[in-house]
Design a protein around this ligand. Structure first.
Ligand code: 48F
Length: 264
């Protein structure tokens, strides 16, 4: 049936009702991912494909984190051979520029990761910031959310909360969730010092392998992935090579899938 005239009230009602359904459907999730950069997106995609209920929160209007800008706004990324299967899985085109150094258009890469992740079933909430966690004596059990605009406008508005079996800090260099847990949740992080070790200067080779080693549970109920893993455990940064971010997303998804299966 064709519409006689577009009714703005129905446009409004549709958006409000559809959004609230999405929000209400995700008050309890298996995995809450904080940060929509490459690591968080790949993690969400893998978990959703495995049938898990996943929500991803991104502070900014656009999901994608630091991948859009390639290196210094030259919008190409480099990915080492080990991570090429992940580009292939998503259908991102790539080109071997020098032996072992594959490049992809950064806009195509991130747009494709975002699109496939949403289509896999991850509920993406952009413009929302995780400002705290839900805690119980033994673990983190969810995230505390607010509109990013509240923070930007410095308004005094109380947040809302979502329960999650597991939380992933994929906030990149900022390690925002780990910071809040370290500061406000009693107990120690599973780092050598019990605190945040802090990111070290650039060393691509070492950073890429350490990113994978550091992708793990840092506090009961809280995992770190991507650059956040290195910054938490004291690894170096890697610059505009993105294979480690993609592989870290896969690794955290595998670890979480094992935990969710074992129900512990
Ligand atoms: O920074 P980001 O892309 O993290 P990543 O997936 O990848 C790192 C690379 O981009 C690059 C690198 C290696 O190549 O070093 O930096 O580890 O994405 C992190 C996202 O988290 C969002 C932030 O806006 C960004 O899009 N974010 C940060 N804090 C919060 C947040 C928060 N508290 N709540 C919601 N989103």
């Amino acid at each position: 049936m064709s519409m006689a005239e577009i009714d703005e009230r129905i446009v409004t009602k549709t958006i409000v009702e559809r959004f609230y359904r999405k929000l209400l459907d995700h008050l309890q999730v298996e995995v809450a991912i904080v940060g929509g950069g490459p690591a968080g997106l790949v993690a969400g995609h893998s978990l959703a494909r495995a049938g898990r209920k996943v929500a991803l929160y991104e502070r900014k209007l656009s999901v994608g984190g630091g991948m859009w800008g390639g290196g210094m706004m030259f919008n190409e990324i480099v990915v080492q051979a080990a991570a090429v299967p992940i580009l292939d899985e998503f259908g991102v085109r790539h080109h071997e520029h020098e032996p072992g150094y594959h490049s992809a258009d950064s806009v195509e890469a991130i747009a494709t990761l975002v699109s496939k992740t949403v289509q896999a079933g991850v509920a993406v909430f952009n413009c929302m910031s995780v400002e705290d966690v839900l805690m119980r004596p033994d673990r983190v059990i969810g995230v505390v959310l607010n509109w990013s605009a509240v923070d930007i406008a410095n308004l005094h508005v109380d947040p809302l909360a979502v329960r999650a079996s597991f939380v992933v800090d994929a906030t990149g260099h900022a390690t925002e969730v780990v910071k809040v847990v370290h500061k406000k949740v009693p107990g120690k992080l599973s780092t050598p010092s019990g605190g945040i070790e802090g990111e070290k200067s650039m060393w691509a080779e070492r950073a890429e392998s350490l990113t994978l080693e550091n992708t793990r549970e840092v506090f009961p109920g809280l995992y770190v992935a991507g650059m956040s893993a290195n910054a938490t455990f004291g690894g170096p940064r890697m610059g505009a090579i993105f294979g480690g971010m993609l592989m870290s997303g896969k690794r955290v998804a595998e670890a979480l899938e094992a935990r969710l299966k074992s129900n512990k």
